[in-house]
Design a protein. Structure first.
Length: 342
């Protein structure tokens, strides 16, 4: 064979490594299903059934990534939780409309396929899907040597869910005097990491030597699927919001109908330790609220009579608490008081 011939491998793309990874995914997927019926891994497209118990099914789809949290994973060389974040970012959006997640697909783009790293990433994705009670039905892995520097990668996720037409959570269900509940976050989730990394760089903080930050910055996003689906099935909520990029105000405003206002008392919010740490690093209240969830990972809008019923569906760590009320008003959101950081 002529050694001077150009090959894909010489350009930096190893198809054999990619094939090995696909076979690894396929084996795991088949074992989890218990059989190979409708096994989509390795095919050109994914086939899934729509649940038969839903009379008027509507399909809901979401896509998202985890932003520069991948850089924290790279820095710590810990890749087994970032996949949980990936699933969470999409499925937590699906459930806002009352949709049950059905299946998930991932897209991994990387400088060079390293099977150990890829398997670790997949481990988190599978765990996220298990927690969300949905199937990982496929995805795509792209080896892109000139687009990404050595060791660099990015991930994106795509989730599809289904909801009965009568169960869809929309603005029409939200009424005056409804309560706004905060469901605690598990930490930063997957937003604001560019600002976090800027603080670390400016302050010359090595998170590898800081046990608190090392733990907090890689902590996976809380997946709220199980709790919210139970509330949806029992008609206990009128609306909800996933608190991601843009923070509390922007995300709640998206679900409030015209002529109603979500009045939130910020002094009721219970910020987690990681947000108190960030606040001490010369970040204004306005910037904190716009960039981070500040301890509120998800919000529920409910009829006050359902408060006690709702609480029993959450563990102590994620027990919802009242932060506001729906009132009449032309502005959809009003923030009162200030967060008590200390």
């Amino acid at each position: 064979m002529n050694k001077n011939l150009f090959t894909y491998k010489k350009s930096g793309v190893n198809i054999n490594a990619a094939d090995k990874f696909v076979r690894y995914i396929s084996n795991i997927s088949s074992k989890k299903r218990g059989n190979k019926k409708n096994d989509n891994i390795g095919g050109f497209g994914s086939i899934s059934n729509i649940p038969k118990n839903i009379k008027n099914p509507k399909i809901v789809a979401c896509t998202d990534g985890v932003g520069t949290k991948v850089e924290i994973a790279n820095l710590l060389k810990k890749y087994d939780t970032i996949g949980i974040d990936l699933v969470a970012m999409s499925v937590n959006d699906l459930i806002v409309q009352g949709a049950k997640p059905l299946f998930f697909l991932d897209y991994i783009s990387i400088n060079k396929i390293e099977l150990k790293k890829m398997k670790s990433l997949l481990k988190g994705i599978i765990k996220g899907c298990d927690t969300s009670q949905c199937n990982l039905v496929g995805g795509e892995t792209a080896e892109m040597p000139d687009t990404y520097e050595k060791g660099k990668f990015d991930i994106a996720g795509f989730a599809v869910g289904v909801v009965d037409d009568k169960k869809i959570l929309n603005q029409k269900k939200i009424k005056k005097n409804d309560l706004i509940l905060a469901v605690p976050s598990s930490g930063l989730h997957s937003n604001g990491f560019s600002l976090v990394r800027h603080v670390l760089k400016t302050k010359k903080i090595d998170i590898k030597k800081n046990l608190f930050l090392k733990k907090e910055l890689i902590k996976p996003t809380k997946i709220y699927v199980k709790e919210i689906m139970k509330l949806v099935n029992k008609d206990l909520i009128n609306g909800c919001a996933n608190i991601t990029g843009g923070g509390l105000a922007d995300n709640i405003e998206r679900v409030i109908p015209n002529n109603l206002c979500a009045e939130i008392n910020l002094d009721r919010i219970k910020p987690l330790k990681i947000f108190k740490w960030l606040k001490r690093n010369q970040i204004s209240d306005k910037e904190m609220l716009k960039t981070f969830n500040c301890g509120v990972g998800f919000c529920l809008i409910i009829n006050s009579k359902n408060l006690l019923k709702i609480n029993k569906y959450f563990s102590k760590e994620f027990k919802p608490y009242i932060i506001g009320k729906i009132k009449k008003g032309k502005k959809k959101i009003k923030l009162n008081e200030k967060i008590k950081w200390y």
